[in-house]
Design a protein around this ligand. Structure first.
Ligand code: URA
Ligand code: SF4
Length: 263
């Protein structure tokens, strides 16, 4: 396969996965959502079109609500009894609840302000995160820091974390059993921080936190709720590094989050 064909295929796969509004497929056209744009661009990221609605002063419509129960005060589960983010991090450091514990270097529980108004959730640690024990410190992390700065949020004022706290080998997607094992930590972290807004970055974070299989494209541009807390879905910063065309829609998404923080 030629390089440009491989690139085009990768791009189409990403679009399909992330549900961009202008996905153009030939063979798979039948599986597209009705009303999708059918203009065929030349293949390759350079020509990619991602249609986003013009930002309006109105907030997007409500989306999915997911209400997992809060911690049970009488539980004997140490995660539910964790009284601080530090307590959660200590439990994570010793955790062996899933297979990822065998290949991790350091656990990456998350970091940021305990009183953060925004919790930003990614997928799982990458190489640099695994080496340092800190979330979003590699290239994707640099981009996230810039995205947050764009809405006047210094990184330190946000609580930044991931769905799974240990690095999946070769940065593969975390598996369902790994996510299920790790999720109680994230639930407790969100409960302790009690933010005003949650930003779910990428498919894994969005689908897990909303308990849905809907695509990122379908989930974007709605105000969802996680335990009543407004939740905004956007692209993962690593996806933006691969496809800069998603920067604009990401900008639209984070502005929605910023407006919710103000309100
Ligand atoms: N990607 C993630 O999802 N999380 C990180 O911490 C870094 C990269
Ligand atoms: Fe435990 Fe989560 Fe690490 Fe699995 S990924 S070992 S559940 S902390």
């Amino acid at each position: 396969m030629t390089d440009s064909r491989a690139l085009a295929l990768e791009y189409l796969k990403q679009q399909q996965l992330l549900g961009g509004d202008s996905v153009i497929l030939t063979e798979e056209a039948g599986s597209r959502e009705q009303g999708a744009d059918t203009t065929a661009p030349a293949p390759g990221p350079a020509q990619a079109i991602v249609a986003t609605p013009a930002p309006s002063s109105q907030l997007p419509a409500p989306g999915v609500s997911f209400d997992p129960p809060n911690a049970d005060l009488f539980s004997t589960d140490p995660i539910q009894r964790a009284a601080s983010l530090q307590d959660v991090a200590t439990l994570v450091a010793a955790c062996r609840k899933c297979g990822l514990c065998d290949t991790r270097t350091k656990t990456v529980p998350g970091e940021g302000a305990a009183t953060a108004r925004l919790v930003a959730v990614g997928e799982g640690p990458g190489r640099t995160e695994d080496e340092t024990g800190r979330p979003f410190v590699g290239r994707a992390g640099e981009l996230l820091t810039k995205i947050l700065a764009a809405i006047d949020l210094p990184r330190e004022q946000v609580f930044i974390c991931n769905i799974v706290k240990c690095r999946p080998p070769e940065n593969r997607q975390p598996q369902f059993d790994e996510i299920a094992a790790c999720l109680p930590y994230l639930y407790r972290q969100i409960e302790l921080v009690n933010p005003k807004v949650i930003l779910a970055m990428g498919n894994t974070a969005a689908q897990t936190l909303l308990n849905t299989r809907q695509s990122l494209g379908a989930l974007r541009n709605h105000i969802h709720r996680f335990r009543g807390i407004p939740l905004v879905v956007t692209y993962h910063p690593a996806a933006l590094l691969r496809n800069p065309n998603w920067k604009r829609p990401t900008w639209d998404d984070v502005r929605i989050a910023a407006r919710l923080l103000e309100g």
